[in-house]
Design a protein around this ligand. Structure first.
Ligand code: SF4
Length: 302
């Protein structure tokens, strides 16, 4: 069975091994328009279940085979928190992982569940999707299983934030005309100011989606990022269709740009020409700005 995949090298997490909790078929309580897997009927539980022993045995083999692993990422062809032995699995991973960091990618649908909160609490990073802030959008974009409500998701996220001391990363996937409008971003912004996650990744469709929808390019994502409060650590994760060309900014312009929103190294590469990058370095050296780590992504900020 292809339960373990990788190692994958990523700038953010280093050398990572992935665990697919649903390797045989898609099992998800969402049917997102942008899903890179085939469209599917939503389910509220797994019917195809692999044993925690099989997963651990494959994981141990991979950890023996591949040295210098930095992270173990729990994911699925679908929603990993629907896996019935998740708690037992996380406990056992924690027993064998040593210094390796752990991460889960979830669609947030089960975060209201106290048992899931207790399980996820034992991981170093929990990355939760939050594309929608209202019921209409959840139905239209994420096409959630009928019993899932946006109020439960919001309440669950706030409860989880209160009990979790690791890195809580929010991922927002924006789709043209569906969840990219000003009122949508305003509502997301208000909620995120309450939640105060470690980082917020915004992106759009990068791979062929399950349904015909339109992606948002980097330039528009950057405009959208400016609609969020400047205190929120927004990382633009999609780098497709960039039309912006690196420009020359003087010191005041650099500071004014950082005042509006902190920039990552990727943003700096896209927006600043070589002279501006040198000015940025000097501002950093002179303590006019700082560079802070937000769970593997560095931000320049005032
Ligand atoms: S939550 Fe993930 S796996 Fe499930 S439909 Fe959405 S994108 Fe696909």
């Amino acid at each position: 069975m292809n339960i373990i995949f990788g190692p994958i090298n990523s700038r953010r997490f280093g050398r990572s091994l992935g665990i697919d909790l649903s390797p045989n078929k898609k099992q998800c309580n969402f049917d997102c328009l942008y899903c890179e897997l085939s469209p599917n009927k939503t389910v509220d539980k797994y019917s195809d279940i692999i044993s925690a022993e099989d997963i651990l045995s494959e994981l141990k083999d991979s950890l023996n085979k591949y040295k210098n692993i930095d992270a173990i990422t729990i994911t699925a062809n679908g929603e990993p928190t629907l896996y019935p032995y998740l708690d037992e699995l996380i406990d056992n991973i924690n027993l064998i992982k040593g210094d390796i960091k752990t991460l889960i990618l979830t669609n947030s649908s089960t975060i209201y569940n106290k048992n899931i909160q207790q399980s996820l609490k034992k991981l170093d990073t929990v990355k939760l999707s939050l594309d929608c802030i209202d019921a209409k959008c959840l139905k239209k974009l994420d096409r959630a299983f009928k019993s899932i409500t946006i109020d439960d998701i919001k309440k669950g996220l706030l409860e989880f934030k209160n009990i979790y001391s690791g890195n809580l990363v929010i991922e927002i996937l924006l789709v043209e005309t569906i969840n990219d409008k000003k009122e949508h971003i305003k509502a997301l912004n208000e909620f995120l100011l309450q939640l105060l996650p470690t980082r917020i990744d915004i992106g759009s469709v990068d791979r062929p989606p399950a349904y015909p929808i339109s992606a948002i390019n980097y330039d528009k994502l950057r405009d959208i990022s400016l609609l969020f409060d400047s205190s929120l650590p927004i990382y633009i994760a999609s780098r497709k269709n960039i039309t912006a060309t690196p420009s020359n900014y003087n010191n005041n312009e650099i500071l004014a740009t950082l005042f509006k929103r902190p920039l990552t190294d990727d943003d700096v590469e896209i927006l600043f020409d070589e002279n501006t990058k040198n000015r940025l370095k000097i501002l950093l050296k002179d303590d006019k700005i700082k560079k802070v780590d937000s769970n593997g992504v560095f931000f320049y900020k005032i």
